[in-house]
Design a protein around this ligand. Sequence first.
Ligand code: BV8
Length: 248
Amino acid sequence: MDVMAPAKRILVLTGAGMSAESGIPTFRDALTGLWARYDPEELATEAAFRQHPARVFGWYAWRLALARQARPHAGYRALARLGDRYGGGLVVVTQNVDGLHRRAGSRSVVELHGSLEAFRCVDHGHRFPTEEVLRLRGGGAGELEPPRCGECGSLVRPGVVWFGEVLPEPALRRAWCEARDTDTALVVGTSSLVYPAAAIPGLAAAHGARVIEINPHRTPLSERVDLFWQAGAGDALPVLAARLCDAP
Ligand code: BV8
């Protein structure tokens, strides 16, 4: 923990494990029940959506409802507290699409992979109201026919970044800049398997940053970090926040 004491700037990179203690399954186990037989990388693609729109849209509508019901746990609140303590010196770069960092009060959040709250038409990007998606009712087996865009009649898709799609340029640019400028990278709840997000800790380290990982399990990043803290986000982050915020 003392490895973080001299931190002037902190880049926090989070993944699905950050939301596990808020009851949202991690990406690799998000395919529970109805979707258990699919590989997430198969469902989280435009091709899968165009081939099986009701299956893919049903999965995202289910995840949106789950995210809306979820409450940010103590680890989220600890990151918001650290954000208040470090002001502009702390940024949360998240791979998650559930919106929980902002709901917990973090003000500097970069959403690399979009948001479950954003829907748009698959062909022209016309925005579609989230509340209308929440009012839809599926035909069973978790499937849900996507609505049609009121402007052009195309299918409506979730506003997330699918595999094979480029990340939003402003978000990616901000993440690269923060990785180059930070002196501490805190990597929480990610399997460090999906790129380009997984390249962020290495970029920070290449520019002299210390890297700390919080995860109950080891990952491909674990042997390259300055400190591997084997713990859940909800346990470790409040302890870290108390140490850094209450220190004289
Ligand atoms: C792209 C939104 C250009 C959708 C997601 C090299 C460079 C660039 C691209 C690639 C590359 N190599 C391969 C690629 C292609 C691909 C990729 O990375 N594939 C992987 C599988 C190898 N990348 C892309 O396609 C990206 N696009 O680069 O565009 C391009 C285009 C074409 C070809 C080449 C390049 C787009 C990637 C974004 C995809 N969208 N999400 C949705 O949410 O449905 S990715 C999605 O999966 C998540 O957002 C997240 O990023 C990822 C899942 O990872 P995690 O968040 O880490 O979750 P996971 O379940 O895996 O792990 C949870 C962890 O939590 C575990 O370690 C667990 O131990 C831990 N944990 C559990 N409980 C707790 C905990 N930790 C703490 N506390 C707990 N309580």
